[in-house]
Design a protein around this ligand. Sequence first.
Ligand code: HEM
Ligand SMILES: *[C@@H]1O[C@H](CO)[C@@H](O)[C@H](O)[C@H]1NC(C)=O
Ligand SMILES: *[C@@H]1O[C@H](CO)[C@@H](O)[C@H](O)[C@H]1NC(C)=O
Ligand SMILES: *[C@@H]1O[C@H](CO)[C@@H](O)[C@H](O)[C@H]1NC(C)=O
Length: 362
Amino acid sequence: MNTYLTSLLFLVPIFLLLSRTRRYSKRIPPGSLGIPLIGQSLGFLLALHTNTAEKWLEDRIRKYGPVSKLSILGKPTVFIHGQAANKFVFHNNSSILANQQPESFAKILGDRNLMEVSAPDHKRIREALVSFLKPESLKQYVGKADEEVRKHIEIYWKGKQVVTVLPVMKILTFDIICSLLFGFEQGKQRYQFLYSFQEMLNGFWAIPINLSFTQYNRGLRESVRAQKLVKELVQEKRVLLEKKGASPRQDLITFLVSMHDEDGKPVLTEKEIVQNVVLSLLGGYETSATLELAVSEAVLQEPQEIAKSKNSGESLTWADLAKMKYTWRVAMETLRMVPPVFGSFRKALTDTEYNGYLIPKG
Ligand code: HEM
Ligand SMILES: *[C@@H]1O[C@H](CO)[C@@H](O)[C@H](O)[C@H]1NC(C)=O
Ligand SMILES: *[C@@H]1O[C@H](CO)[C@@H](O)[C@H](O)[C@H]1NC(C)=O
Ligand SMILES: *[C@@H]1O[C@H](CO)[C@@H](O)[C@H](O)[C@H]1NC(C)=O
């Protein structure tokens, strides 16, 4: 009896393992899941910190092809690459792939941000954000962005022999986004917010172990501070709006606070506004800064001609931007050659087939 039980205890797990392997063996993607929990995370994070993530991914593609499995940031993951992969992810249907980022993203950014929620919440939040962020609406903020650029040049460029461009481009992008999205004026609080925001970013790309001395823990702590600050801003904007001291379109926060459905109910909750405004800052921050850097190196002539046509102190307009056709083409080509976003995450909701391989549910 005893022997029987023991052998049963051993047999059951082996059987499960075999039956899983048999069901999947031929078609699951190549690659190893590495050591449990850690998997390939250390190698990947090291590559990120030494700015060689692209090479790291290219090496994988060379070794395994455009579809492979690995374990990253605590989850077994299938990595897919190339044009067909982008089409598969971005044209597919939310009953097959759901928005879900690694757990550390959700913990730091919150569970009501657009990258975590699925339909119909995704549609509602996305439509609200996009009705402010679409080009026809952003047109009217060119002057405001120009003002931030002028202040920036005074502070970070004027009189300097050498400027390290990428870090100051990040500060510039941060300042422009703070002004347009948050209606958050320059000052001490804004620098506190920049610090918290940068620590949140560092927390995303850290081993997700929450001990008082880890980078991940610092990201979590700074996220609490940043969200508290944005929440206070939301409440300030709400008061201003009610007193008719603000126009709904003056910044993204005021705009989202002002949105109501036919029954007079707010379209987004306060938590959704806070998390998605921070997400938009995140979405615009490193992406745009990288692009600005590449373009500023490649083109000078067109912007100089526009500058010559203006009186000193006169603001840049949307029409001026539309004249810079060559600059625009350089920007588009730069995005094609050096995409600032190297990847994203989704969760498979069912067993899914891609390129002849099975991506198991989860
Ligand atoms: C050159 C600059 C930019 C690039 C290359 C870029 C790239 C991307 C990519 C690839 C995604 C899809 C991510 C995914 O679905 O997994 C995305 C989503 C998003 N981006 Fe950007 N982005 C840029 C600038 C911005 C800016 C300036 C903002 C806002 C101020 C922004 C806000 C967002 C938001 C809110 C989403 C989520 C949309 C959704 O889930 O439907 N992005 N971006
Ligand atoms: C979406 O997913 C299904 C099921 O895996 C697949 O058959 C289809 O080709 C995908 N669509 C695109 C546009 O890749
Ligand atoms: C998504 O796929 C499911 C199952 O294949 C289908 O029932 C549904 O109509 C599709 N939805 C869209 C918007 O394509
Ligand atoms: C991380 O640890 C801190 C204590 O240092 C705790 O307050 C916080 O709730 C933890 N967060 C998560 C997401 O585990």
